[in-house]
Each structure stands twice: as structure tokens, then as C-alpha cells.
Design a binder for this molecule. Structure first.
Ligand code: GAP
Length: 518
């Protein structure tokens, strides 16, 4: 973590509750008690996720001439993950409690702080004459000085001539160490062992070592193994990239922080192949591109942190890695890694498969194994960042002077699950309903809309505020021409964030909304 920030568990609780209440995210298998670390996305979450992935695909693939797409399989040949190093080394250190069987990732066990205070004791008689001295340490996990001071009273042997003692503070040692006991039941934990994070399965009827396959732990590997096929068919010259969005699976020891660390998740990965001397420059180029992406989906730059991963924490083959982090309510945590992976991956697959994965440069007449820069983002983590960033509570006062709290999801219109709510002012006025349905039919083919005629108009606006819908279109008596001909076929357009309203001609609605949601 590059920056220490205050965490806000209360805010997180409210966000989780809204996500369930409004249909963004549900726990998988909830009616059977839930499946740990696995999530289902509800109607609003599905739209939000689709918008995020579509925008990534648009800027990373469609709007570029140097990137093409791939949709690789999830079931992965064992040899692929052997060559990539995953079968042998894709593991986390795990501790298991012998008593309650809870499992912990060794590097995520909380630390324990022990405070040890040292006192000098002067034993005195009634005349306050010294009759002996001692020094005493009082320790414990309490940071409360008075409690520790009380402990010294039982920590000494009083000389017979002494009637009381006078203590003076020497020093305090603060020792912070990783816990070695179970967080759940307190039992001592044994030394950690390596736990491989891949989900293993068997393909076909034979259930033995010969049929072992894996669910992919990252989307990247099919890009490397299909590099030659893509190169031959897409006719691209280096530098060029292959992009993929898809599911990945990791048997995380401790899935946590809602959808942040789960066992089934999606990645948006680009492998950008280049010549060996282009790697470092492209690493910085892609970092900037990716930061711009986050800003363009509504995550401000000041909430993003770039961590230059230190040599000791970087994969041995990487010449440089950045983590892009976001200020989540539970702390500053990684959204994406941007890594210069050198020619490690293609070389590994070339050596293991015996198939050449080299590139021939027509201009320099040189043959080489391409190097690769990889921006690798998590869909679910970015979606969580979007939700956390959007969540806002504010006090609003209506025209009668009554104040209330408005919960509003301030999604960037480009990301918002529903772009526009369409409301007839009254549901029992057939002309209003017919016109509203007409407007709805006009907008529907172009954007996600929501038609709502139930309840007071203010309550309908609030419901859409909570869903994060940036625009509301109300069909009222002015629309029908009942307040004069100049307002006929105009609607009230309400803006979610400012709550400002304006009159817009129905014929101009599409032209006005489309550029804002693209
Ligand atoms: N191909 C490189 C790679 O997979 P990674 O840092 O292990 O690198 C890339 O993963 C991104 O995938 C992370 O930055 C994160 O956004 C996402 N990710 C990784 N593990 C995840 C998990 N258990 N749950 C949700 N997202 C995860």
C-alpha cells in the first residue's frame, strides 16, 4: 500500500447495503447460505459491468489501429500453466488453525502490538529514606499507562524496612509483531505452507493425473499461447497488442472486502508486444493511458495512487511494474498492475512447446522473441471503485422547507447503468401515459432506459437517484400543449446531480443525451 488513508467501515456498510437493496450485487447461492468469495451481479450491476467492459474495449481495441482482440478458453491445458510457472509457484503462504480449522494468508494476519514500560522503583521507609531499589518491566497489549502502572505493584519483592515505594518512568518499548495465534480461537498456529491458488479439474471420464486441467488464473496465458496464430492472421507489425476480457479463477485463501478479492472474477488484460529496446518507454506510456482511462470513467486522479513496485516485490522477470491503486473505504488498494514482463512469457512457451514464437522484423531483418508490456485490470475491482466513488449522501430541502437525506449514486453518465428515466407525470391520465410510452420507444434503441409511472414524481426521481440515473424525462401537461402551444411536445429534463430542470423539445432529446453518455 503506497499511502496510509483513514478507512471508513461505516461508509462501506452503507454501500454494500445499497448494492443489495437496489440490485447491483448479490451473494452467490444466497438462499443456501452463500458461497464464499463468489458474487452474482443483479440488473443494475450487470449494466454497470457491461458499460465498463464496453468502454475498455472501445478505447483499448476499437479506437486503436495497433490492438486486436482474443476470446480464449477458460479451461486451460496443464502444460500452459506448467510453462508459465503457475503450477509450481502460483501460491500464497497459508496458515491453518489445528483447533478451529480456519485458514489465514500468512502475510495478511494482523499484527499485535505489545507495549512494555520500564520503571525504576525506590523503596523508602516512613522517613522517605531509601531502603532498596529495583527496576520492573510491565508489558501487555494495553496502551493504557495506568493499567500497566498498576501491574508493577505485583511485580516486586518489598524489602522489610520499606513502607512504600516511589516509581519513576524509565522508558517504554513498543514491539509490533505479526500474530502467531489464530484470530478466531487464539490457538497457536503452525508454520505456513504454500497453497496453490489454481482451481484444478479433470477433463473427460478419466479422473487421474493425465486428465488434469485448470480454470485459468489469468486471461493473459491464452494471449501468449495464441501469439503466433494472431500474428499470422491479423497481419500486425510490432509494436502491437492483443486484448482480452474474461473470467479468471483463484482459490483465494481469504476472499475479502466484498467483491474486491474474490474467487471468480473478470480481468481486462492487454499484452502489448514490442522490440526489446521499447519496453521501458512503453511501460510509462501505458501507465499514463490507463490513468487517463480511470479519469474518463469518473475516478478522479487525486483518488488514484501509483506505486512503483520495489525490486524485491517484483516478479523476477519484470524490469518494471506499477500498481495503480484507489482509495477504497477499506484502504488504498490495487486496481490494476502495469508490468514490463520482458520476453519471459513467450520464451517460456517457446521452450516448453518447441514451437517458435519469434517475430521477424522486415525492416531490420532481425528475428527476436518479442517483449511485452501488460496493463492488467480487474473488472470487479474497478466496478467497486466506481460504486464507492459514486456513493453520496446529501441533505436537500424541498420547496416547503422540509429537509431530508438524498442518497445519490453520481456515476459518470458513460458508466451509469440506466441512462434515463421516463416518467408520465400522472399514471391515470391516458394522454400522458401514451406520450411517455412514445418518448420511451424513441430512446430505448439508443440507451438503457427505465419507464416508471408508480408513485409521486419526487419519489420516482429519488429511486433513480439511488440507481445513479443521470437524466430524468417527465411528460407533463405542457407536453400535451395544455399550457400553450409553444411548450407542446417539450418535456422536463431533470439532471441527477444538480437536480436542475430544463425544458427540451422531444425532437432534440436524443441529440442532447447521446454525446453525454458515450
Ligand atoms: N496477468 C497479470 C495478472 O493477472 P494480477 O496482479 O495477479 O496480474 C491483475 O491481477 C488484476 O486482476 C489485479 O490488479 C486485480 O484488479 C485483478 N484481480 C486479481 N486477483 C483478483 C481477485 N482475487 N479478485 C478480484 N480481482 C482480482
Amino acid at each position: 500500500m503506497s499511502a496510509e488513508k483513514q478507512t471508513d467501515p461505516q461508509r462501506m456498510e452503507k454501500i454494500v447495503s445499497l448494492c443489495k437493496r437496489r440490485g447491483f450485487i448479490f451473494q452467490s447461492g444466497e438462499i443456501y447460505g452463500g458461497l464464499n468469495g463468489v458474487w452474482d451481479y443483479g440488473p443494475l450491476g450487470t449494466e454497470l459491468k457491461r458499460n465498463l467492459k464496453d468502454y475498455w474495449w472501445r478505447v483499448m481495441v476499437r479506437e486503436r489501429d495497433d490492438v486486436v482482440g482474443l476470446d480464449g478458453s477458460i479451461l486451460t491445458h496443464r502444460a500452459v500453466l506448467k510453462a508459465s510457472g503457475h503450477e509450481d509457484t502460483f501460491s500464497d503462504p497459508m496458515l491453518e488453525c489445528d483447533i478451529c480449522k480456519r485458514r489465514f494468508r500468512a502475510d495478511q494476519l494482523p499484527t499485535e502490538t505489545t507495549v512494555v514500560s520500564n520503571f525504576a522503583i525506590n523503596f523508602v521507609n516512613d522517613a522517605e529514606e531509601s531502603v532498596g531499589t529495583a527496576s520492573i518491566s510491565a508489558g501487555g497489549s494495553s496502551a493504557d499507562d495506568s493499567k500497566r502502572k498498576a501491574k508493577i505493584q505485583i511485580g516486586y519483592v518489598k524489602p522489610a524496612a520499606a513502607t512504600h515505594y516511589i516509581s519513576s518512568w524509565l522508558e517504554t518499548d513498543i514491539d509490533t509483531a505479526q500474530r502467531t495465534s489464530c484470530v478466531e480461537c487464539g490457538a497457536e498456529l503452525r508454520d505456513p505452507r504454500q497453497f496453490n491458488l489454481m482451481f484444478r479439474t479433470n477433463m473427460g471420464a478419466t479422473q487421474d493425473e493425465s486428465s488434469v486441467a485448470y480454470l485459468r488464473p489469468e486471461t493473459a496465458q491464452s494471449i501468449f499461447t495464441q501469439f503466433k496464430n494472431v500474428l499470422d492472421t491479423a497481419r500486425k507489425k510490432i509494436p502491437f497488442g492483443i486484448a482480452q476480457i474474461g473470467k479468471a479463477f483463484r482459490n483465494e485463501i481469504n476472499p475479502r472486502n466484498y467483491i474486491f478479492r474474490s474467487r471468480e472474477f473478470e480481468q481486462m488484460e492487454l499484452e502489448y508486444f514490442c522490440a526489446p529496446d521499447q519496453g521501458m518507454e512503453l511501460l510509462d506510456y501505458w501507465l499514463e493511458e490507463r490513468l487517463r482511462f480511470y479519469e474518463n470513467i469518473g475516478i478522479p486522479r487525486e483518488k488514484l495512487h501509483v506505486l512503483t513496485v520495489p525490486d524485491a516485490d517484483r516478479a523476477f522477470y519484470s524490469k518494471g511494474t506499477y500498481d495503480i491503486e484507489y482509495e477504497f473505504p477499506f484502504g488504498v488498494q490495487e486496481l490494476e498492475g502495469v508490468a514490463y514482463r520482458t520476453d519471459y512469457d513467450l520464451t517460456q512457451h517457446q521452450n516448453a512447446s518447441g514451437k517458435p514464437l519469434e517475430y521477424f522484423d522486415e525492416e531490420t531483418k532481425q528475428k527476436f522473441v518479442p517483449h511485452v508490456v501488460e496493463p492488467s485490470a480487474g473488472v470487479d475491482r474497478t466496478l467497486l471503485a466506481l460504486i464507492c466513488e459514486a456513493y453520496a449522501e446529501e441533505t436537500v430541502t424541498d420547496e416547503k422547507g422540509k429537509s431530508e437525506t438524498r442518497t445519490v449514486m453520481r456515476f459518470h453518465p458513460r458508466m451509469a447503468p440506466i441512462k434515463v428515466g421516463v416518467f408520465p407525470l400522472l399514471k391515470n391520465k391516458p394522454e400522458l401515459v401514451a406520450k411517455a410510452r412514445e418518448v420511451h420507444a424513441l430512446l430505448k434503441p439508443h440507451m438503457m432506459t427505465f419507464y416508471d409511472e408508480a408513485g409521486a414524481i419526487g419519489r420516482r426521481y429519488r429511486r433513480q437517484d439511488e440507481a445513479g440515473t443521470p437524466f430524468g424525462v417527465t411528460i407533463d401537461f405542457e407536453t400535451l400543449g395544455e399550457r400553450g402551444d409553444e411548450l407542446r411536445d417539450t418535456v422536463t429534463l431533470r439532471h441527477r446531480d444538480s437536480m436542475q430542470q430544463e425544458r427540451v423539445a422531444i425532437s432534440e432529446l436524443l441529440g442532447m443525451l447521446l454525446p453525454q453518455i458515450r
